[in-house]
Design a protein around this ligand. Structure first.
Ligand SMILES: Cc1cc2nc3c(=O)[nH]c(=O)nc-3n(C[C@H](O)[C@H](O)[C@H](O)COP(=O)(O)OP(=O)(O)OC[C@H]3O[C@@H](n4cnc5c(N)ncnc54)[C@H](O)[C@@H]3O)c2cc1C
Length: 427
């Protein structure tokens, strides 16, 4: 296999794969995607909650999610898209007032967000029959919904491979080779090659061991290495998700992103506890005033809660029954009598790549001629993936964004707090 790429995408999660497909769709050839583990056992793309919505506060997040939702809707059967909406409950009057204010712009964008008074909540969603005295109001956004994130990533990859994109599995990005180039704009740097370590076949399948060890310690044990390769390239795109800052640090670029553990679990419901006439089947995502979020997932409920004081780090440890009992069960039972006797099935932990304003980073790295990046999408990477892929492909091939301007997501915004893309409605 040629150790050269016209475009080298490092990281084959949902974002890198979407960019690969979008570039290939524009006729770009010589695209290579490298990833330590294309099965994505510890990739956020495989570990998330599958919620997709455009109801954000920042225009760039609304527009990019809206374009992605439209794409999901057009491919609903293949991607498991279910257009069931998001219900968001508020107990803080100030926050609810802000939500009402932001709704104007959301609805100007075509989101048709409804306001529900507290008494209307159980009328529309009878599963919610407890603790309603503390609710000051709610919003329901009918265009939002749920998707199968694994199907989304697989779809991008299948289409990309059909157009000639090469995916190199079990390749760990270990080094970056740069050179200085002089031009009319003065002296600049470019990435001329990326060094990858191939990891022994079979070791990567050892999901509990080697992959986890490498992704938490950021080095490949010598006895697991099958060989090292230098891949020369014309263009590089950093799509390493929560690991992107490690790539940046190898070329002297400081990132503001932190990896933060997020846990979710599957919850078993006693069907006989659900009142007659109440159904879970048509429910979309419900975001409780407590910060708990949940939606039906097959025969179960998938529920998550982002522990506010979670320390940053590459931690995949799932707290098991303790997480379920202290963070999930109490909040579920507090909101619905149907959940009083619910049980813990299993759960997992993945990483949010969190920036100080809770919005992603996308664009060209200014100090480099040929380095682009799209990462740090906190809890929003799946729902932005189509638009980010399409717009990054436009930027790489034409030098500018097209249908959806992502320039607000440039890393340079962190130099000036007035340019931060502060997103409040994250979970
Ligand atoms: C619990 C949880 C719930 C979430 N819920 C939602 C949700 O409901 N909706 C939503 O839109 N988003 C959600 N997210 C966020 C979403 O999953 C991420 O934003 C998105 O998956 C990020 O995709 P990515 O491609 O940027 O990164 P990733 O999917 O993490 O991909 C990065 C890839 O880089 C590879 N890699 C890392 N280091 C190296 C290296 N040195 N060499 C080679 N390969 C390397 C990894 O193997 C991985 O495949 C959630 C996330 C979590 C953890």
């Amino acid at each position: 296999m040629a150790d050269r790429a016209d475009v080298l995408i490092v990281g084959g999660g949902v974002v890198g794969t979407s960019i690969a497909w979008a570039l290939a769709s524009r006729g770009v050839t010589g695209i290579v995607v490298v990833d330590l583990d294309l099965a994505g056992v510890y990739a956020s793309s495989e570990l998330n909650a599958g919620g997709v919505r455009a109801t954000w506060w920042q225009p760039v997040n609304i527009q990019s999610c809206l374009a992605t939702l439209d794409f999901f809707r057009d491919h609903a059967a293949a991607l498991g898209f279910r257009n069931r909406g998001y219900l968001w409950l508020y107990s803080d009057p100030e926050l609810y007032a802000q939500a009402i204010e932001k709704r104007r712009f959301q609805n100007d964008c075509g989101l048709a967000v409804e306001l529900l008074s507290a008494p209307e909540v159980p009328e529309r969603f009878p599963i919610l029959d407890r603790g309603l005295e503390e609710i000051v109001g709610a919003t329901f956004s009918p265009r939002d919904g749920l998707v199968n994130p694994n199907a989304v990533r697989a779809w991008y990859r299948t289409e990309a491979e059909r157009l000639g994109v090469v995916f190199r599995n079990r390749h760990y990005v270990a080094g970056v080779v740069t050179q200085r180039v002089s031009g009319a704009a003065g002296s600049r740097r470019r990435v001329s090659a990326v060094d990858v370590i191939e990891v022994e076949r079979g070791e990567v399948a050892d999901t509990g061991g080697t992959v986890r060890e490498i992704l938490t310690t950021h080095r490949v044990p010598i006895n697991k290495q099958a060989g090292e390769t230098r891949i020369s390239c014309d263009v590089v795109v950093n799509c390493l998700g929560a690991w992107s800052p490690i790539f940046s640090s190898k070329i002297g670029v400081a990132d503001v992103t932190e990896a933060v553990r997020r846990q979710i679990c599957l919850v078993d419901i006693h069907r006989e506890d659900i009142a007659p006439g109440v159904s879970l089947d048509d429910l979309g995502m419900i975001v409780d005033a407590s910060g708990l979020y949940f939606h039906p997932e097959g025969a179960h409920i998938l529920a998550g809660f982002s522990v506010p004081d979670e320390a940053p780090g590459f931690d995949f440890g799932y707290d098991g029954d303790d997480f379920f009992e202290t963070q999930i069960w109490q909040r579920l039972a507090h909101r619905s009598s149907s959940f009083e006797r619910c049980g813990h099935v299993r759960g997992w932990a993945g990483l949010y790549a969190v920036t100080p304003d809770c919005s992603g980073i996308a664009g060209k790295v200014r100090s480099f001629d040929n380095l682009f990046e799209a990462h740090s999408f906190t809890g929003r990477g799946v729902m932005q993936s189509y638009a980010v892929g399409r717009e990054m492909a436009a930027l790489i091939t034409t030098g500018r964004f097209e249908a959806c301007d992502l320039s607000a997501l440039t890393r340079e915004r962190f130099e000036d707090p007035d340019r931060w893309v502060r997103e409040e409605l994250h979970i």
